[in-house]
Design a protein around this ligand. Structure first.
Ligand SMILES: [Zn+2]
Length: 295
């Protein structure tokens, strides 16, 4: 349900997007949840791939299965193989497609904490920083070297060979350099902040530097989408700081849950509570009508 207050806020946000010279999107888990890809609670799309594991191990969420302490690598990797396979195969979420259309004509950059690869479907890598990694890649668990490896072919082969909830030992992914087990390239205590990660962060900083320091008087919109409370230090707090410190920066926060702007950002911020899928769909329609987004 969209109330009249929200309609007005969507119109306001549409204007902010139209007027912005550049936009930085901060995409959190709420954006994938809005697409039906919730990793913290079971929802049908992902569950359909992992049903057997959910029932056998009584996992409370997809991530619970990811962090579970399995009694063998073969069992652990059977789950990983299925989980990662789901990420390669699930279609691009509608909110991501709407976001792509909304930003089609804009100079934009996307900073995300999502590891499910959805952002990569709709934004080119040079416009993207995957701060917490991406499940579609493996790294050495040591890690002994900097390289990350796209895992689609390996994951397809694993899925073909699965014996129930066990992966045959010879298909466990091994580091080509040291022979240790590989792990998905996502944030944990051995996360590889190597070349790929550093380049992503450097691209993000270069984009900010360009619009805040090299261009003067240009309007930068920070668009925060579905960022939770768990890791505020990556998107939310830096966005607040950038808004407070720069005259031409405006902060828009879209989230399912109600939240409020810090006192010092009043007048430079917009908070829009509601279903993110619905909001982005409405926003896309609004911008299409005004001719600034091609259908
Ligand atoms: Zn290694």
């Amino acid at each position: 349900m969209i109330d009249t207050r929200m309609k007005t806020e969507i119109e306001y946000l549409a204007e902010l997007i139209q007027q912005a010279d550049a936009i930085v999107v901060g995409a959190g888990s709420g954006l994938s949840s809005a697409a039906g890809y919730n990793h913290y609670h079971w929802m049908p799309a992902i569950e359909s791939y992992l049903q057997e594991f959910k029932e056998y191990y009584q996992f409370t969420s997809p991530f619970a299965g990811f962090y579970y302490c399995y009694s063998s690598l073969e069992q652990q990797w059977a789950y990983y193989a299925k989980y990662i396979y789901s990420m390669w195969h699930l279609p691009t979420g509608q909110p991501y497609l709407d976001l792509q259309a909304i930003l089609a004509d804009k100079d934009c950059f996307v900073l995300t904490t999502n590891v499910d690869g959805q952002c990569r479907r709709v934004f080119p890598q040079e416009r993207l920083c995957e701060y917490q990694g991406n499940m579609g890649y493996f790294q050495c668990s040591q890690p002994c070297h900097e390289h990350i490896y796209e895992n689609r072919d390996a994951v397809e082969a694993m899925n073909r060979a699965l014996q129930g909830m066990v992966l045959p030992t010879h298909l466990l992914p091994r580091c080509p350099a040291c022979g240790r087990i590989m792990v998905p390239w996502v944030r944990d205590d051995t996360f590889l902040e190597g070349t790929a990660w550093q380049e992503g962060v450097a691209r993000y900083h270069a984009f900010l530097r360009h619009w805040l320091m090299e261009q003067t008087g240009k309007k930068l919109l920070l668009l925060e989408l579905g960022v939770g409370e768990m890791t505020p230090s990556i998107i939310k707090l830096p966005f607040w700081q950038l808004t407070a410190q720069n005259e031409n920066v405006f902060y828009a926060c879209l989230n399912q849950k109600d939240s409020h702007a810090p006192e010092h950002l009043k007048g430079k911020s917009l908070y829009l509570q509601g279903d993110l899928a619905e909001t982005l769909s409405r926003l896309r329609q609004k911008l299409c009508k005004t001719g600034s987004v091609s259908r």
